[in-house]
Design a protein around this ligand. Structure first.
Ligand code: PEP
Ligand code: MN
Length: 337
C-alpha cells in the first residue's frame, strides 16, 4: 500500500510511518517529491493492512496498490522516470534512436556502423557479443573480444553502447565495457539474472519475452528495481501469435498500455518484431506515433553478408532515409530528435 504524507510532513512524522511498516515486517520505499512524500509499504499484505497508519499525525491518506507490481507503477510514482545515457534522455520528449548491428563481427564492421550511426544522429550504439541463438550451431557472438570492440567504437565516436548479457556470472564483466545492459527476450524471466543486474548501477534495457504479457514484463522490471537499480527501460520487440507473415507480431498497444500504468520509459524494437527490412521504417514511425520513447534498430554495412539477422538489418541508405522521415515527423508529434 502507499502512505501519502501531508504537505510539509516532518522527518519525525515520516520516521513514525517507516517504524510502523518495519514493525509489520515490511519494507519501505520512499518517493520524495518537492511537496509530497509518498511511502510505499511492501511486504505481507495482511499484516501491513492492519496497521493504523491513518492514526499517525503526518499521514494524509492510505491507498492500496491494486497491481501486483508496486515500485514500477505510476500509482507509486506518478511522474515519468527519465533514464539518461550520454545525450539520450529516455522517458522525455526526445525520441531516442538506438542502432547498430545485431552482432559484433569485426572491428571494421562495427566501426563502420558506429561512424554512420553517429553521423546520422543515433544516440546509443547497439552490438551483440553474446547472442541467444535458437540453434547451437549458429554464430554465438564474439564474447568478450566483441565487447572490447564495442568499447573501441565508443572511443572512436563518443556514442554510449548497449549489449546483451545472458549469464548472471557475466554481469560484472559486461558492465565493465558497456553503458547499458540488455536483457534479451528469452531471459526476461530469468529471475537470477534480473536480481544480479538489479544489484549493479548501469541502466538496463529489458526486452519483453516472446510469450509474456505486459504485466509479466512489469513484474520482471519490479525484480530489477527492487534490488536498487531504478534505471530500467522496457522494450516491446514483438510477441508470438498465430501469424507467420512476420517474425513476431509487433504489439504496439503495449506501449501506451505499459506507459499508462508504469513510470519507466519504453522503446520499440521493430527489427526483431518484424524480421523484415521492408516494413521496419513504417513501424518505426508508428512507434513514435504511439508514444514510444525511442526505437532500437538493427543496421549493418552489408546486410547480405551479416552473420546474424541480415534479413532484418537496414543498409546505410535505407537507415538514412528513415532518419530523415523521423526528423520530419517528430515536430508534428511534439517529439525532439
Ligand atoms: C537482440 O536485440 O539482439 C535480440 C536478440 O533480441 P531479442 O532478445 O528481442 O530476441
Ligand atoms: Mn538480432
Amino acid at each position: 500500500m502507499m502512505i501519502v504524507m501531508k504537505d510539509g510532513a516532518t522527518d519525525q512524522e515520516i520516521r513514525e510511518v517507516v517504524d510502523m511498516i518495519h514493525s509489520a515486517g515490511g519494507e519501505n520505499h520512499m518517493s520524495r517529491g518537492e511537496f509530497k512524500t509518498i511511502i510505499g509499504a511492501i511486504g505481507d499484505r495482511e499484516k501491513i493492512s492492519q496497521m493504523p497508519f491513518e492514526a499517525l499525525s503526518g499521514v494524509e491518506k492510505v491507498i492500496p496498490i491494486m497491481k501486483p507490481y508496486k515500485l514500477v507503477s505510476r500509482q507509486f510514482k506518478p511522474e515519468s522516470t527519465i533514464v539518461e545515457i550520454g545525450e539520450a534522455k529516455l522517458g522525455s520528449d526526445q525520441f531516442v534512436m538506438i542502432a547498430g548491428p545485431c552482432a559484433i563481427e569485426s572491428e571494421e564492421q562495427l566501426i563502420d556502423a558506429a561512424r554512420e550511426a553517429k553521423r546520422l544522429g543515433v544516440k546509443i550504439l547497439r552490438g551483440g557479443a553474446f547472442k541467444p541463438r535458437t540453434s547451437p550451431y549458429s554464430f554465438q557472438g564474439m564474447g568478450e573480444e566483441g565487447l572490447k570492440l564495442l568499447a573501441l567504437a565508443r572511443e572512436e565516436t563518443g556514442l554510449p553502447v548497449v549489449s546483451e548479457v545472458m549469464d548472471p556470472r557475466h554481469v560484472e564483466m559486461v558492465a565493465g565495457y558497456v553503458d547499458m545492459l540488455q536483457i534479451g527476450a528469452r531471459n526476461m524471466q530469468n529471475f537470477l539474472l534480473l536480481k544480479e543486474i538489479g544489484l549493479q548501477p548501469k541502466p538496463v534495457l529489458l526486452k519483453r519475452g516472446l510469450s509474456n504479457t505486459i504485466e509479466e514484463m512489469m513484474m520482471a522490471a519490479e525484480y530489477i528495481v527492487r534490488e536498487g537499480n531504478k534505471s530500467v527501460v522496457l522494450c516491446e520487440r514483438g510477441i508470438r501469435t498465430f501469424e507467420t507473415a512476420t517474425r513476431n507480431t509487433l504489439d504496439l498497444s503495449a506501449v501506451p498500455m505499459a506507459k499508462g500504468n508504469c513510470h519507466l520509459p519504453m522503446i520499440v524494437d521493430p527489427s526483431h518484431a518484424t524480421g523484415n527490412v521492408k516494413i521496419i521504417p513504417a513501424l518505426t514511425k508508428a512507434a513514435m506515433a504511439v508514444g514510444a520513447d525511442g526505437v532500437m534498430i538493427e543496421m549493418h554495412p552489408s546486410p547480405k553478408t551479416a552473420l546474424c539477422d541480415g534479413e532484418q538489418s537496414l543498409d546505410f541508405s535505407t537507415f538514412e532515409h528513415l532518419m530523415t522521415d523521423l526528423k520530419n515527423l517528430a515536430p508534428a508529434l511534439g517529439r525532439l530528435m
